[in-house]
Design a protein around this ligand. Structure first.
Ligand code: ZN
Length: 139
């Protein structure tokens, strides 16, 4: 069995951003040489997510509006977590609902997606360097 590991780094300019990383994951898959197996992609920080959905700008804005309704960034004092001196209580909650990781099957050397599926990195507390782990196993 072959195994491939790579870290992708991000440093967003906004606090919250939604970045399509499908082509980067495809590059990892080509680099791995694996034709049959599984590909795990996970955020390595507890204030960011990796998820799969449609690459459609309206939907991405809908996610952001929905997450801001569920867990608004401000007022910062609203979150007990922020009493530690942090300001990212909302980002922890947003990450929880959008998830930590995705797993995609690899078939014939391709990511075996359903219709319109794309892999996204969702940043909820950006403007600093953060990582995504890509782990691919198979043959
Ligand atoms: Zn925190």
């Amino acid at each position: 069995m072959k195994s491939f590991r790579k870290e992708l780094w991000f440093n967003t300019t906004q606090r919250r951003e939604y970045i399509n990383i499908t082509s980067e994951i495809n590059n990892c898959l080509k680099e791995s040489g694996i034709r049959e197996g599984l590909c795990l992609v996970n955020a390595m920080h507890i204030t960011a997510s990796v998820y799969i959905n449609d690459a459609e700008s309206g939907l991405i804005q809908d996610y952001d509006d929905w997450l801001e309704k569920l867990a608004p960034h401000a007022p910062i004092s609203h979150y007990r977590h922020n009493h530690t001196g942090e300001d990212n209580g909302d980002a922890h909650l947003k990450r929880q609902i959008m998830g930590r990781e995705v797993v995609v099957a690899i078939t014939n050397g391709e990511l075996d997606f359903g219709p319109w599926e794309q892999i996204y990195y969702a940043e909820f507390d950006g403007r600093r360097r953060k990582r995504v782990l890509v782990k691919i196993i198979g043959e």
